[in-house]
Design a protein around this ligand. Structure first.
Ligand SMILES: [Zn+2]
Length: 292
């Protein structure tokens, strides 16, 4: 059963996790665009793996959008301290003034908070098709991968900048206070959710708009090419040329929105297309693991 509106209604009662990830809408948009491009084999395996954690009838269907924000809840909500060891897995801090990813500089492992989204995906994607793993372990990897492919495409999850006013790291623009059409916000949150919700307050409708205006006529294979490093560097470039181009008074309005929203559309669509590629490659006909 695939009903974006129903899922949106269900998600609306979940507390919003501010400032650290595409909002739930962005993740749901990426996941739904991917879901529509899964091969039959991949779609069956997604249903089977996600079903392995639940006592639902065999053959139950799942929407990737419904589990797309699970990794944020896992990080912050479970247990007394949450799963802080996954904290840094949601982003890669390529410095604003550099163009290329450097693994030593940008993805070294913090003993408490983990390394970065590039290394997290390098570990998790192979787990999807690792038949030595239990189904529940592979289901967990799937939930992480769906989320992290989204995060990797959020420009401010691929960039951080030393604030020229304070000489301090702005934490992916979380520390840059702005107003967005008069409402207090921060620059990171503007990209996580404010821009998306300003365009249309309904992620299912956002998907429909991308499917009817952005995606038609595109060379899908070309857009799916590359790897997690090049995808992160592409997102980083969007941060350099658009996200950080805010006015000196930090008041973001129509002019900023008009420059930013084509990039938001692009990054959400690319995230969905590339997630579809990753899942279709992981779950190929003839290479599906036996149930365990
Ligand atoms: Zn995240």
């Amino acid at each position: 059963m695939k009903s974006p509106l129903l899922v949106a209604a269900l998600l609306a009662v979940v507390p919003v996790n501010e400032g650290w990830s595409w909002g739930q809408e962005g993740h749901s948009i990426v996941a739904e665009i991917a879901q529509r491009r899964l091969s039959d084999t991949a779609a069956r395996e997604v249903d089977r793996l996600l079903g392995s954690e639940l006592t639902l009838p065999k053959g139950a269907r799942f929407s990737l959008s419904s589990i797309a924000s699970w990794a944020d809840d896992y990080r912050s909500d479970m247990g007394p301290k949450g799963h802080i060891e996954t904290y840094n897995w949601h982003f890669v801090d390529i410095p604003y003034d550099r163009d290329a990813y450097n693994a030593v500089r940008d993805c070294s492992a913090d003993p408490v908070k983990g390394d970065c989204v590039i290394n997290a995906l390098a570990r998790l994607v192979p787990e999807l098709s690792d038949c030595s793993k239990k189904d529940t372990e592979r289901a967990m990897a799937l939930k992480f991968v769906v989320h992290f492919l989204g995060d990797l495409h959020q420009p401010l999850h691929a960039t951080t900048r030393i604030n020229p006013d304070t000489a301090a790291d702005d934490l992916g623009a979380n520390l840059i206070q702005v107003t967005f059409f008069g409402q207090p916000s921060n620059l990171h949150k503007v990209w996580d959710s404010d821009l998306i919700l300003h365009k249309v307050y309904d992620w299912g409708e956002y998907v429909r708009l991308l499917e009817t205006t952005w995606l038609p006529g595109k060379d899908i294979a070309a857009l799916q090419a590359g790897d997690t490093v090049s995808w992160g560097e592409d997102a980083h470039r969007v941060a350099q040329i658009v996200a950080y181009e805010f006015p000196p008074d930090h008041a973001l309005g129509q002019e900023y929105y008009d420059a930013a929203i084509p990039m938001v559309d692009q990054q959400l669509a690319l995230g969905g297309l590339r997630l579809a590629r990753v899942l279709n490659e992981a779950f190929q006909p003839g290479k599906i693991c036996p149930e365990r």
